[in-house]
Design a protein around this ligand. Structure first.
Ligand SMILES: Nc1ncnc2c1ncn2[C@@H]1O[C@H](COP(=O)(O)OP(=O)(O)OP(=O)(O)O)[C@@H](O)[C@H]1O
Length: 434
């Protein structure tokens, strides 16, 4: 039995035992206190500016209100700038954005409405809207001289994310859910370009008083800018507490009907949550699972770094990987001796780094890593029997990288560009993976 198979306290509970009540259930609908809010925002106090992403829904409206109160109580602190993205997908969205602007004005906070004017795809609409939203929020942050964008994500959102990823077959890293602080997710090359930022910025519409003039954060001709961060101060807070906070303050907020639209997977999963909670799979437990997964994921990533160092893979996190020719080489036997999860992650990191087709898909990576490990063993057996080493040679292409086993060395090299027609490059005796 592996360590992972050992039953935990929870696992050994009788199948038909009622789900235990959570110790803090009675607090789950109490308004957030000023002291609690101050604790949640404390690490932001020294920043020059932060952008508050406010949709007008309950969570982000509470973010606006609580951040404004927190800031007002400080003698010095970050300049707060609220931003609302009007996706233009519902008839009322413009009015909701204006309502956020009015509330921000009452709280003395500058507010911008950012319009998504791009093409609206029929399929994957929510993902496209999300990508556009983060891109526009990034522009707002640059404009405000801020590196931090705050959202109203709650523990309930975390639970939904974990459920969503479970349903999608995510691995351990995916089940870690959302982090409290993470890089703002932007498409490759998205807002990194100053030129694009300037173009999009031209579409910004300022609706309320803007803050005092500040230095232009987008110096002309410089395309290299510091990374933007997404901060989720309420990630451990139940949504009900934010709703209660607004109710106690007598502040109204918008109700987005698309949150219940059964065309969207998230809405359908959200609708399942009460039934799952009745069986014990509550939001706190799903969020706890995410915390545990994140802890395990961090430990595994540290172990991958050590494995890379042991195998003399130079500078896994930097660009000094390859010996000048863009190819990473390492000892195949050493790689194959490592625990399966570590060799999988190391191979994935190398493919991500060397390849040119974006992040490698976990299921495909698992297939290639298993086949590669088997090929390394076969090589060793062949060599021990005096056979030709080449009998077990291995060559596969995955996510724009070619993985080759030859002469006891494992190499990961950029794959040749695909031929037109979208076929994967095929470069060896084994079938090609893409
Ligand atoms: N249109 C938008 N404009 C600005 N920020 C947004 C917008 N939509 C979402 N966000 C940010 O992303 C977070 C999570 O998005 P989500 O879609 O779950 O929120 P929501 O249902 O629109 O409203 P809320 O989270 O405010 O209750 C929000 O709390 C908010 O901070």
């Amino acid at each position: 039995m592996s360590a992972a198979d050992h039953p935990t306290v929870e696992d050994t509970a009788a199948d038909d035992a009622p789900p235990p009540a959570t110790a803090h259930a009675r607090h789950d609908d109490a308004p957030l206190t000023t002291t609690e809010a101050a604790t949640l925002f404390a690490d932001l106090a020294a920043l020059p500016a932060v952008v508050l992403a406010v949709s007008g829904g309950p969570d982000s409206t509470a973010l606006l209100v609580l951040a404004a109160r927190w800031r007002a109580a400080l003698a010095a602190g970050p300049r707060l700038v609220a931003a609302t993205v009007d996706h233009g997908l519902r008839s009322g969205s413009g009015d909701e954005a204006l309502a956020v602007g009015r509330l921000a004005g009452e709280l003395g906070i500058a507010h911008h409405i950012l319009r998504w004017t791009g093409e609206k795809p029929a399929a994957g609409l929510q993902a496209a809207a999300r990508a556009a939203r983060y891109r526009l929020l990034a522009v707002a942050a640059r404009e405000a001289g801020a590196r931090h964008v705050l959202t109203g994500h709650t523990r309930d959102d975390q639970a939904e994310t974990v459920l969503f990823r479970l349903a999608r077959g995510s691995g351990l890293a995916g089940l870690a859910g959302m982090a409290r602080v993470a890089p703002l997710p932007l498409p490759a090359g998205g807002e990194r370009s100053t030129r694009e930022a300037r173009r999009v910025r031209g579409r910004l519409e300022t609706t309320a008083r803007t803050a005092a003039p500040h230095p232009d954060p987008l110096p002309a001709g410089d395309d290299r800018e510091p990374a933007l961060l997404l901060v989720r101060p309420f990630l451990d807070i139940p949504k009900a507490r934010l709703v209660a906070t607004l109710a106690a303050a007598g502040i109204a907020c918008a109700d987005d009907p698309s949150n219940r639209d059964p065309r969207f997977t998230r809405s359908r999963l959200r609708a399942l949550l009460p039934g799952l909670a009745a069986e014990g799979l509550t939001a706190p437990r799903l969020a706890r699972l995410a915390d545990r997964m994140r802890r395990a994921d961090a430990a595994l990533e540290a172990a991958v770094e050590r494995l890379a160092a042991d195998l003399a893979v130079a500078d896994l996190a930097g660009f000094g990987l390859a010996g000048g020719d863009g190819v990473v080489r390492l000892d195949a036997a050493g790689w194959a001796r490592a625990p399966a999860e570590l060799r999988l992650r190391l191979l994935g990191r190398l493919i991500d780094r060397v390849g040119h087709e974006g992040p490698v898909e976990l299921g495909k990576l698992e297939t290639v890593a298993d086949a590669l490990a088997a090929a390394v063993v076969a090589t060793a057996i062949t060599a021990a029997g005096g056979g030709p080493e080449s009998a077990a040679r291995f060559r596969r292409t995955l996510a724009g990288a070619t993985v080759t086993l030859a002469g006891g060395r494992l190499s990961v090299a950029p794959a040749p560009p695909r031929r037109s027609g979208g076929n994967a490059a095929s470069a060896g005796p084994n079938p090609t993976e893409t």
